[in-house]
Design a protein around this ligand. Structure first.
Ligand code: MN
Length: 235
């Protein structure tokens, strides 16, 4: 017998996905790409070179946490930081996409958090090791509901905010991005063939700081949406 069920030697993992706002439908996530440094004030607060071009790193697709979800405080770190970011979801892609065509491949937008084990990220950077231990851990990519570009257009300005327990920590504007969304898609597509299901976290404004178990984190991007997550004790 050769059924779909016995095609795989173990059950295939669940498809990672993000809710589409105001529907019961889901956007399937293939890969999560992140822009390293894309707001000048954040580059300054991290003490980095302002003239260096942004760069990319990745998280596993199953690091997505939905709106209203819980993030268990991750292992090994004593300094997990929040980074609120505009998330771009792609419905198509390819290699060497021109900036003028890049928005044709955007399905929609959401607000997300690039959670970061800052102490481990900095330690790995200092010994010239990869960033996965600092960036690509379980539940490290909370992401709110997607709003289709067909409804909201392509936001290039508007406030991007994050508060913890009601206190504003990050408050920037999308117009402070050094590389805008079309440039970011174009640059990333020079490195890899982008495809439907890929999402890009586009970098964070200043104000990154530590978050601890019990924190309620609320994020909003004007015209895009909101995201609320709670940090829970370690598993
Ligand atoms: Mn980030």
């Amino acid at each position: 017998m050769n059924t779909q069920a016995d095609r795989y030697v173990i059950p295939p993992p669940p498809q990672a996905a993000i809710a589409v706002a105001a529907t019961s439908r889901l956007f399937p996530v293939r890969r999560i790409w992140c822009v390293g440094r894309n707001y000048i004030e954040h580059i300054r607060e991290m003490g980095q070179d302002e003239r260096a071009p942004p760069f990319f790193f990745a998280k596993p697709a199953d690091a997505i946490v939905p709106d209203g979800g819980t993030v268990p405080y991750p292992p090994l770190t004593k300094d997990m930081h929040h980074e609120v970011e505009l998330v771009v979801a792609l419905k198509g892609g390819g290699l060497r996409i021109k900036p003028e065509r890049a928005l044709d491949f955007v399905y929609g937008y959401a607000v997300g958090i690039d959670l970061t084990r800052r102490d481990l990220q900095i330690a790995s950077r200092e010994v010239k090791r990869p960033w996965e231990i600092g960036k690509a851990f379980d539940a490290s990519a909370p992401c709110g509901p997607l709003r289709p570009a067909s409804e909201i257009g392509h936001p290039s300005k508007g406030r991007i905010r994050l508060s913890v327990n009601g206190e504003v920590r990050q408050d920037g504007d999308l117009n402070q991005m050094i590389w805008n969304v079309p440039d970011t898609i174009a640059k990333l597509s020079e490195q890899v063939a982008l495809a439907a299901g890929d999402i890009i976290m586009t970098g964070t404004p200043s104000g990154v700081a530590a978050t601890v178990p019990g924190d309620r984190i609320e994020c909003e991007v004007d015209g895009v949406g909101k995201l609320t997550v709670t940090i829970a004790p370690p598993l």
